[in-house]
Write a protein that binds this ligand. Structure first.
Ligand SMILES: Cc1ncc(COP(=O)(O)O)c(C=O)c1O
Length: 389
């Protein structure tokens, strides 16, 4: 028997973000604005709860779905903040980051030949899993509609093969949020369709103005909606690996089987830390958001002063300016910017072909780093424009 590799796996490429950031080691003096994790430490009380758990031998397995105390805290959080209820006993699974929740849902619902609609540019963690399941990605282009999905386009992409659609607001890579009217219009398209809805709301707590609204608020979508969430971004806990998967019991009873066999449970010390984190859900993200808003305003101001076309983001910690005027691929632009301009940003093509013509700048960095980065971008843009004349 030849030692072959699963064909679907061979077809998956290494993430475009990783491909690009692999080059960074060769440019140690470059300013790096590529990373998608908060630059704040995890809160002290969270760290103490994790240490306490380890020191007190709370280091074994938990219930597959996670500690009931943590699931209750998750349930309580959504009830208090967003006014909808998921039952701790049957409708919530604590996962290993939001990543496991995404993987779990796709593997639970997808079959060979199914189609999944992804508004794009989008987070690169979705498409490879869909491909691994033997399903097909149908991108919904948002690059010419203000980086927001058009309900008409959504409707036009739905076929008898469409199994699911995934929304991610606030968005990685664009930082875009949608308002309640825009959400209503998308929900209206979906309300009579037999299509699963995945809503990745991992950045919900990093919404800067207006209230975040969840797709879980729509009763007509609830029985086929999976809510994906977690603490990685809101509480700067990326390495603790705590995510939440919420959905109706009829669906979660299948998701739990996959979770049971691939993870058993989320790490127990992290679950204890997560209970503490949820107790601070009002304050911790709010503190970070104050800083993100200052940085967002600064970067947005600098980019518009440079004459770059950019939509002002309202959440997460990314901004996604257009570099179309320079007439090169985003990979070439980002590589040139790194090599000649000393600044690393992620090429938009890492977020699907619909990110082509853009770059993603992360502002999960301290102000002095951002100032230096923007100075370098400005000088580079000026040079490119001179060369174009
Ligand atoms: C939109 C989005 N979803 C999910 C994830 C994965 O989150 P986690 O680290 O909790 O697995 C990320 C991480 O960058 C993300 O940006």
């Amino acid at each position: 028997m030849p030692l072959t590799i699963n064909d679907r796996v061979t077809k998956i490429a290494v993430s475009g973000i990783r491909q690009f950031s692999n080059q960074l080691v060769h440019y140690p003096d470059a300013v790096n604005l590529t990373v998608g994790q908060p630059d704040f430490p995890s809160p002290d009380r969270v760290k103490q709860a994790g240490i306490f758990a380890i020191e007190n031998n709370l280091t074994g397995y938990s219930h597959n779905a996670g500690l009931i105390e943590l699931r209750s805290a998750v349930s309580q959080f959504f009830k208090e903040k967003y006014k909808f209820t998921y039952k701790a006993e049957t409708e919530i699974i604590i996962t290993i980051g939001a990543s496991e929740a995404i993987d779990n849902v796709f593997r639970t619902i997808l079959e060979e030949g199914d189609e999944v609609i992804l508004p794009a540019p989008c987070y690169p963690g979705y498409a490879p899993i869909i491909t691994m399941c033997g399903a097909k990605v149908k991108y919904l282009d948002t690059s010419d509609t203000g980086l927001k999905p058009s309900p008409e386009r959504l409707k036009s992409l739905i076929t008898e093969k469409t199994k699911a659609v995934l929304f991610n607001f606030p968005s990685n890579p664009t930082g875009i949020t949608i308002d309640s009217q825009e959400m209503d219009a998308l929900a209206e398209v979906l309300k009579d369709q037999e299509i699963y809805i995945l809503s990745d709301e991992i950045y919900s707590e990093n919404t800067f103005s207006g209230e975040h609204r969840s797709f879980a608020c729509y009763p007509e979508l609830r029985d086929r909606l999976f809510l994906i969430h977690g603490l990685s971004k809101s509480h700067s806990m990326t390495g603790w690996r705590i995510g939440f998967l919420l959905g109706p019991e009829a669906l979660m009873q299948h998701c739990i089987k996959i979770h049971q066999y691939n993870s058993v449970c989320a790490p127990l010390p992290s679950q204890h830390a997560a209970i503490e984190a949820l107790g601070m859900s009002k304050d911790v993200p709010a503190e970070m958001n104050k800083e993100y808003v200052v940085r967002r305003d600064y970067i947005y101001g600098r980019l518009t002063d440079m004459g770059l076309d950019v939509v002002k983001p309202n959440g997460a910690f990314y901004i996604f300016p257009s570099i179309k005027e320079f007439g090169m691929t985003s990979f070439d632009f980002a590589t040139k910017l790194l090599k000649e301009g000393g600044l690393a940003c992620v090429p938009g093509s890492a977020f699907s072909e619909y990110g082509e013509g853009f770059i993603r700048i992360s502002y999960a960095y301290a102000m002095p780093v951002l100032v230096k980065g923007m100075d370098r971008l400005e000088a580079h843009v000026k040079l490119l424009r001179q060369q174009q004349q």
